[in-house]
Design a protein around this ligand. Structure first.
Ligand code: ZN
Length: 77
Protein backbone atom coordinates (compact mmCIF):
# COMPACT_ATOMS: atom_id res chain seq x y z
CA UNK A 1 0.00 0.00 0.00
CA UNK A 2 1.22 3.50 -0.84
CA UNK A 3 0.69 6.68 1.15
CA UNK A 4 -1.73 7.88 -1.53
CA UNK A 5 -3.85 4.71 -1.28
CA UNK A 6 -3.91 5.01 2.48
CA UNK A 7 -5.09 8.61 2.34
CA UNK A 8 -7.80 7.70 -0.17
CA UNK A 9 -9.22 5.02 2.12
CA UNK A 10 -8.60 6.82 5.38
CA UNK A 11 -12.17 7.94 5.90
CA UNK A 12 -13.50 4.38 5.63
CA UNK A 13 -10.65 3.14 7.82
CA UNK A 14 -11.49 5.57 10.62
CA UNK A 15 -15.19 4.85 10.29
CA UNK A 16 -14.36 1.15 10.64
CA UNK A 17 -16.01 0.44 7.29
CA UNK A 18 -12.98 -1.00 5.53
CA UNK A 19 -12.72 -4.66 4.58
CA UNK A 20 -10.61 -6.64 7.03
CA UNK A 21 -7.81 -7.25 4.54
CA UNK A 22 -7.51 -3.60 3.49
CA UNK A 23 -7.66 -2.54 7.10
CA UNK A 24 -4.75 -4.85 7.84
CA UNK A 25 -2.73 -3.43 4.93
CA UNK A 26 -3.31 0.06 6.29
CA UNK A 27 -2.23 -0.98 9.76
CA UNK A 28 0.94 -2.51 8.32
CA UNK A 29 1.67 0.67 6.39
CA UNK A 30 1.16 2.75 9.53
CA UNK A 31 3.63 0.54 11.39
CA UNK A 32 6.42 1.64 9.03
CA UNK A 33 5.39 5.11 7.82
CA UNK A 34 5.62 7.94 10.33
CA UNK A 35 4.22 10.44 7.83
CA UNK A 36 0.95 8.57 7.62
CA UNK A 37 0.79 8.08 11.38
CA UNK A 38 1.02 11.85 11.77
CA UNK A 39 -1.55 12.30 9.03
CA UNK A 40 -4.03 9.86 10.61
CA UNK A 41 -3.65 11.55 13.99
CA UNK A 42 -4.23 14.97 12.46
CA UNK A 43 -7.21 13.63 10.56
CA UNK A 44 -8.77 12.09 13.65
CA UNK A 45 -8.27 15.27 15.68
CA UNK A 46 -9.79 17.33 12.87
CA UNK A 47 -12.87 15.12 12.69
CA UNK A 48 -13.18 15.10 16.47
CA UNK A 49 -12.93 18.89 16.67
CA UNK A 50 -15.31 19.52 13.80
CA UNK A 51 -17.88 17.23 15.43
CA UNK A 52 -17.55 19.15 18.66
CA UNK A 53 -17.72 22.55 17.01
CA UNK A 54 -20.64 21.81 14.74
CA UNK A 55 -22.71 19.01 13.28
CA UNK A 56 -21.51 19.72 9.77
CA UNK A 57 -19.10 17.31 8.07
CA UNK A 58 -15.41 18.06 7.66
CA UNK A 59 -15.10 20.70 4.94
CA UNK A 60 -13.46 19.62 1.68
CA UNK A 61 -11.12 22.57 1.99
CA UNK A 62 -9.76 21.21 5.26
CA UNK A 63 -9.28 17.72 3.83
CA UNK A 64 -7.47 19.26 0.88
CA UNK A 65 -5.13 21.08 3.25
CA UNK A 66 -4.40 17.86 5.12
CA UNK A 67 -3.49 16.17 1.85
CA UNK A 68 -1.09 19.01 1.07
CA UNK A 69 0.54 18.57 4.48
CA UNK A 70 1.13 14.90 3.73
CA UNK A 71 2.46 15.63 0.25
CA UNK A 72 4.90 18.14 1.73
CA UNK A 73 6.06 15.61 4.31
CA UNK A 74 6.65 13.09 1.54
CA UNK A 75 8.72 15.55 -0.48
CA UNK A 76 10.89 16.35 2.51
CA UNK A 77 11.80 12.75 3.20
ZN1 ZN B 1 2.67 6.40 4.26
Amino acid sequence: MTCKQLVERLYDFIQGELEEELSRHMQEHLDCCSHCVTYVKTYQITIHLSRRLSESPVPDQLLQRLREVLKKAENES
